[in-house]
Design a protein around this ligand. Structure first.
Ligand SMILES: Nc1nc2c(ncn2[C@@H]2O[C@H](COP(=O)(O)OP(=O)(O)O)[C@@H](O)[C@H]2O)c(=O)[nH]1
Ligand SMILES: [Mg+2]
Length: 234
């Protein structure tokens, strides 16, 4: 039996353990910026921690520490080696250890955010690590990205179409991109986001708060968006 199947789902004090929210999506789409925005919006009322996954460095953790949105010791980096999806999907032990260390040191926590190493369009979190997951694409990647599909786009709990402020510069129609995304998702939510649009950031924070209420009530059921496309490791 894999190690994670023996790990507790309730905190040792009896209250539900922290909600673990994964943030996945291709490099540069704005995942670290979303973590910073969520910390800024929610840390005043929630006890939070962050785990980042980088391929070779702790760059994302350093970015978040320097942004001052959380006490620096609540931000941990997992260095994943060559294939970042492995650490969030196939063998999540390093990430679970980081999350559990943070809960042990600073718990009880309400919310732990886990940023995936920027991989490709197909990487998703294992439900053994993330109770729920965001998948982030951006307008700068092209208006057709939402139509390209993949498990994150079709099955993540929330799909974010990020950097809507850039849309006029890259000639993307945000409404059409959101409509394409909605068509691919069978009723699952899509959020058009820009850190320059405070209303959209508030909407994201509200979505997380609603999810946390459901998690605490025991009615949120983690769902698996599905595995990445078949591939080989040499
Ligand atoms: N214009 C604009 N740029 C953004 C937004 N969010 C992130 N960025 C920029 O996009 C780049 C990549 O962001 P980052 O959060 O590091 O992406 P990650 O690789 O997915 O973690 C950075 O230069 C950010 O400043 C946004 O809403 N609007
Ligand atoms: Mg990042």
């Amino acid at each position: 039996m894999p190690d994670h199947e023996n790990r507790p789902h309730t905190h040792h004090l009896g209250r539900p353990r922290a909600l673990r929210l994964g943030v996945a999506g291709p490099v540069g789409t704005g995942k670290s910026s979303i973590l910073a925005a969520l910390c800024r919006a929610l840390a005043p009322e929630l006890s939070m921690a962050v785990v980042t996954n980088d391929i070779y460095t702790d760059e994302d953790a350093r970015f978040l520490r320097s942004s001052g949105v959380l006490p620096t010791e609540r931000i941990r980096a997992v260095e994943t080696g060559a294939c970042p999806h492995t650490a969030i999907r196939d063998d999540v032990t390093a990430n679970l250890d980081a999350v559990e260390d943070l809960e042990e040191a600073y718990g009880p926590l309400d919310l732990v955010l886990v940023e995936s190493g920027g991989d490709n369009l197909t990487a998703t979190f294992s439900p053994a690590l993330a109770d729920a997951q965001l998948f982030c694409i951006d307008v700068a990647g092209g208006g057709d990205v939402a139509r390209k599909g993949g498990p994150g786009i079709t099955g993540a709990d929330l799909l974010i179409v990020n950097k809507t402020d850039l849309a006029p510069h890259v000639e993307v129609d945000v409404a059409a991109m959101v409509a394409d995304a909605e068509a691919a998702r069978d009723g699952l939510p899509v959020l058009a986001l820009s850190r320059k649009d405070p209303a959209s950031v508030a909407e994201l924070a509200d979505w997380v708060k609603t999810l946390l209420v459901r998690h605490r009530a025991g009615v949120h059921v983690p769902t698996d968006p599905g595995p990445m496309a078949p591939h080989r490791h040499a």
